[in-house]
Write a protein that binds this ligand. Structure first.
Ligand SMILES: [Zn+2]
Ligand SMILES: [Zn+2]
Length: 184
């Protein structure tokens, strides 16, 4: 499974590189970092002061440079919303997904930045949206990455690993070869 990680706007290279390495190590994907795409000004909603995640998702899915990959994950720095929701941590289509770092930073919650926490959250949200692109829906197990995150607390509680039926399906389909930290 070859995955392209696409910075959407100016994103710290270290965050992209950590995610690339984590996706390879934890799930056996072949992940590459793409060239950053422009800030998604077209997706900005001035009334909300947020960016439309669906518009960004479509713009990523249309890019010719993703055709060599089976999946693409956009990593945005701006705050995202989708129709009917106050905000979203990310959104997925059939091949493309996008996640936002905006609400993954501890500073958003008035706490000191923590790189390790941020790194785990980025992997968790990326794995969740990739799970959707593999056909998984939301899961009722609060310890499975496919659980729906209403808050950052949900994200921290579930962590980046697929469990139970979600894990079995991905292993059966050969989507993931292994989940090194996640067999529980
Ligand atoms: Zn979801
Ligand atoms: Zn599950």
């Amino acid at each position: 499974m070859a995955i392209l990680i696409l910075p959407v706007g100016r994103i710290e290279p270290e965050i992209i590189d950590d995610l690339r390495g984590d996706l390879e190590r934890e799930f056996g994907f072949k992940a590459a970092a793409g060239k950053a795409v422009k800030e998604p000004v077209f997706a900005y909603d001035a009334q909300r002061g947020q960016y439309n995640s669906t518009a960004i998702l479509y713009s990523i899915a249309d890019r010719p440079d993703i055709f060599d990959y089976e999946r693409v994950v956009g990593v945005a720095g701006v705050d995202l919303f989708a129709s009917g929701l106050n905000f979203v941590f990310g959104e997925a289509g059939s091949k493309a997904a996008v996640i936002s770092l905006f609400r993954l930073n501890e500073s958003f919650y008035g706490r000191a930045e923590d790189r390790a926490i941020l790194r785990r959250r980025v992997l968790t949200e990326a794995a969740h949206e990739l799970g959707h692109t593999f056909g998984l829906g939301h899961c009722t197990d609060p310890g499975c990455v496919m659980f729906f995150s209403n808050t950052i607390h949900d994200t921290d509680m579930k962590g980046p690993y697929f469990r139970g039926e979600c894990l079995r399906r991905l292993l059966d389909f050969g989507v993931i070869i292994d989940q090194l930290g996640g067999f529980k």
